[in-house]
Design a protein. Structure first.
Length: 234
């Protein structure tokens, strides 16, 4: 696959956000503030690898924002669910760029969700909902867009998350170098509905995108409650 543009510097990242995504001054100010908050919080909890801080605009901001410009996908309006948001990627970046869209950020670690909620408030993103939960424990509800970065391999992700999807939902999954491999091991019926696009920030990486047009994978079996759990409910 040919890489049209590879974003390799902070200046290129900021130009790309303005020129390709049409980010205005207010959106750029929110992203700059997000970077500031992130770097500050990274002293307290390990949100991103320290080595990536000098490249935060390319490695994290554009790597997240590129989901708004994935080739061959027209994004529907409406609620966006980001699974395993961690430090805010990609969900908080999407919310900073599209402040009117309802965006739900889910993570199972309390410290991270507390930080996400503080950051969303600081940025004035009142359509962001932060949920402390395991994805497996979320209530059934469908969304217009689903995203997850560095959260789970594609087969596992589909197994635990297809219940959040309709045939109109667009899935956007920034992956590493194994994007094509993860797609290749899916059963044929699901494979054809996804495609891999070249990442704009890493020539070795890909973004898996597409829709689940029927043939949803089965829900994972729930573990039977242990005897002590059963006892404690009685
Ligand atoms: C490797 S980090 C990636 C964070 C972020 N998406 C990024 O790209 O920087 C994975 C995140 O998923 C969260 N996580 C792991 N298993 C989870 C689960 N079952 N439900 C919800 N969150 C989970 C972790 O707490 C962690 O913040």
């Amino acid at each position: 696959m040919i890489v049209a543009t590879l974003i390799e510097s902070e200046a290129q990242a900021q130009d790309w956000l303005r020129q390709v995504l049409g980010a205005d001054d207010a959106a750029m100010a929110r992203l700059a503030r997000l970077v500031e908050l992130l770097v500050e919080e990274n002293e307290r909890q390990n949100l991103i690898a320290r080595g990536t801080i000098p490249m935060v605009w390319q490695r994290h901001i554009v790597d997240s924002a590129q989901l708004l410009a994935v080739p061959r996908e027209t994004l529907p309006e409406g609620p966006w669910l980001d699974l395993g948001t961690g430090a805010g990627f990609p969900g908080l970046v999407i919310a900073a760029l599209q402040p009117n869209r309802p965006v739900t950020l889910v993570d199972s670690r309390r410290l991270r969700t507390e930080w996400l909620a503080r950051a969303a408030q600081d940025l004035g993103l009142d359509r962001v909902t932060v949920t402390l939960s395991r994805v497996e424990d979320l209530p059934d509800q469908t969304y217009s867009v689903l995203s997850a970065r560095a959260f789970a391999p594609l087969d596992k992700l589909l197994a635990i998350s297809s219940r959040f999807s309709t045939s109109e939902t667009v899935w956007l999954l920034p992956k590493g170098a194994k994007a094509a491999q993860e797609l290749a091991i899916l059963p044929e019926t699901w494979r054809h509905v996804f495609h891999v696009e070249q990442s704009l920030t890493d020539p070795a990486a890909g973004v898996i995108a597409g829709r689940l047009l029927g043939g949803h994978p089965p829900k994972p079996a729930r573990k039977p409650a242990s005897a002590s759990q059963r006892g404690s409910r009685q």
